[in-house]
Write a protein that binds this ligand. Sequence first.
Ligand code: SAM
Length: 179
Amino acid sequence: MCERASGVVLDVGFGSGPNLEHYPAAVTRVLTAEPSDLAWELAADRVAAFGRPVERTSRDAADLSMLTDDSVDAVTSAWALCTVPDVEGALAEARRVLRPGGVLHFVEHSRAPDAGTARAQRAVQPVWGRFAGGCHVDRDLPALLEAAGYRVELDRATHIGPGPVRVWGWFVSGTARPT
Ligand SMILES: C[S@@+](CC[C@H](N)C(=O)[O-])C[C@H]1O[C@@H](n2cnc3c(N)ncnc32)[C@H](O)[C@@H]1O
């Protein structure tokens, strides 16, 4: 996901910065949207090692009012759009700040396409969400992206494990381009 980014990147749900070591040299600056102070503190070593500017731009991906329209080259989201409370707002903001031709790169877990797993995901969600910081296993991310005005191309969509793991393990990765 990170390898294809370049220029100024907005990293949604930056967490403790695990994406940083995967960005290529073509990434010149990383802006972040991350509410957790602890995650930002834990990112300190990775930020120092990155050697290019990394800024804590926003605490909520649904509010990027400090960024002007068309001001970033790429948006990345690694297992973050499952957690952002106002996911529609975040997708609208990402669309606004992406420059023409810019791309949102994502790897997420999402609602599974098979009815049985999707039913199990709906069933565990109320408890899971409370224990996992608001994470949703039952959001259909590709559908949300399409509804928000992106053209989605999936690189991979796969279960990562058998049995109960399937509930958490329908992973989708790819690109979303504003239409
Ligand atoms: C599962 S973690 C993923 C973190 C990181 N991307 C990674 O791969 O390790 C989800 C992240 O989304 C962040 N998050 C929650 N609400 C958010 C919001 N409104 N805007 C941006 N990020 C948010 C959480 O604090 C957390 O760091």
